[in-house]
Design a protein around this ligand. Structure first.
Ligand SMILES: Nc1ncnc2c1ncn2[C@@H]1O[C@H](COP(=O)(O)OP(=O)(O)OP(=O)(O)O)[C@@H](O)[C@H]1O
Ligand SMILES: Nc1ncnc2c1ncn2[C@@H]1O[C@H](COP(=O)(O)OP(=O)(O)OP(=O)(O)O)[C@@H](O)[C@H]1O
Ligand SMILES: [Mg+2]
Ligand SMILES: [Mg+2]
Lengths: 257, 257
């Protein structure tokens, strides 16, 4: 049974997709079999692997509404061991359409439970911003939540909100859900706001904050326009190296040598 | 009748709230009477004016569900001429609660139409990320959409998606809705991705792209932790000056000396 990790934060633009793409790639590079589910109607994770509109015909929308079993929605990527369930534009209608369906919050959990034929080590879910029904589906399906956190004031303010939400979901829908970790993203040493936010977060969340910190690095924001994870676009850059380290740190925390 | 401007972009973290706070302040500083509606459950716009939890008891949630007329939800700010309808945590439940209500997409439009006692020049609406029912309410209530755009690849990709959404909403719900403008945010001269994105956007959207470009500026991201718009936190900094210019450019575009 794979470990299911939702990469979530209702605050926008904090590095969820960038973390999902590059952590998935780092885990696959370490020899793990990984599925990445793109649950954001923007489809940024799908774009980050250069998927064409034709390759996105069957995706997370079809999996949620039940017309496609998970295995039929998987697409290979240029990274050995990493397959992706893409997002297409249909998904933006899902917010409103899903509400009237049965088991509206556990459609993804049920699709994953039914996918006995998908034998992988990790399932990562890239969540959209806002606590929408799509994000709720991810949190109900997940065992763990990884929270990318930009070192900014608004992002820090949202963290308490997210922790409360995780607790509510654990109580009502998914007893096994836990906050696995917080990873600091777009860290800029020249900006002393980053140091302040880091100190605050480590004081409150202690060991749950990853030692690996992702630096702000131009190559990271260039990679998606080339349809590649930064680990493939420029493996030597600081951003890529940080994501390689993040993947090994996650494996250590899971005792998954 | 006030001009109603939704500040919207489903892409997260592009500067919607920062633009809403500082454009509202700039318009008020130019002598206009302004209401800012915080429609994001994160309540970042409310935080940006230092509002306490007590001050947010009645806010946009109560306006949407109909228990409070707009005028009773207005709170004064430290900026003369600028009042705000705050957001509280109740709002994050609104996504799902609103769906079963009558006129679910036009609750805000109806509240604004009924507010004859609110005599102002501009109503700005800070939208959450994702195209949720809250964002839909803002777009149905608005005359104009101002789109903050971060000069990054994922943000540019989302713009076409947003334009299609505006067209769909104009056709089905709100004939007067138009894309008033695009404003480039967090522009970093050292990052040539910014120049490429700017060239692409100006080629496609022409005059609709504001001449004023908002630079990336540390003071802008520090201001919210002091509960003040950057125009009050440090009026001489590049970010504050850019927002002052943005307000005057908007007034010129509206022929509103
Ligand atoms: N370490 C980094 N250095 C530089 N740029 C980065 C870094 N991480 C992310 N970015 C850029 O910042 C922007 C926001 O990141 P990303 O889209 O991954 O965030 P997100 O949380 O997924 O956003 P959304 O809330 O819209 O889903 C993107 O343009 C991305 O390329
Ligand atoms: N010009 C700027 N220079 C530096 N930092 C900025 C600038 N504009 C915004 N920021 C910072 O970038 C982050 C994202 O901006 P903001 O929260 O306004 O975006 P948003 O689109 O409202 O996000 P969301 O999608 O979560 O609502 C914030 O931490 C903000 O302080
Ligand atoms: Mg994303
Ligand atoms: Mg915002």
């Amino acid at each position: 049974k794979p470990r299911v990790v939702a990469i979530a934060n209702q605050k926008g633009g904090v590095g969820k997709t960038t973390t999902a793409i590059n952590l998935a790639t780092g885990l696959a590079a370490a020899g793990k079999r990984v599925v990445l589910i793109d649950l954001d109607p923007q489809g940024n994770a799908s774009t980050g692997f250069g998927l064409t509109p034709e390759q996105r015909q069957t995706g997370s929308y079809e999996v949620l509404e039940g017309s496609a079993p998970l295995a039929t929605a998987l697409i290979g990527t240029m990274v050995p061991g990493l397959t992706i369930v893409p997002a297409n534009v249909e998904l933006s209608g899902a917010e409103i359409e899903l509400v009237d369906l049965e088991h509206r919050e556990s459609r993804l959990a049920r699709a994953l439970a039914a996918a006995n034929d998908v034998d992988v080590d990790y399932v990562l879910i890239d969540c959209p911003p806002s606590l929408t029904l799509l994000t709720l589906n991810a949190l109900v399906a997940a065992d763990f939540v990884l929270v990318p956190l930009q070192c900014e004031f608004f992002a820090l303010e949202g963290l308490a909100h997210l922790v409360r939400t995780i607790e509510r979901i654990r109580a009502r829908f998914n007893q096994r859900l836990q906050l696995e970790g917080v990873v600091l993203t777009m860290y800029d040493k020249r900006n002393n706001l980053c140091e302040q936010v880091e100190a605050d977060v480590r004081a409150v969340f202690g060991e749950r904050v990853y030692q690996t910190v992702i630096p702000r690095n131009i190559k990271v924001s260039e990679a998606p326009s080339h349809g590649k994870p930064v680990i493939l676009y420029d493996v030597r850059c600081a951003g890529a190296q940080a994501y390689v380290m993040l993947a090994s740190e996650m494996l250590r925390r899971f005792n998954d040598g």
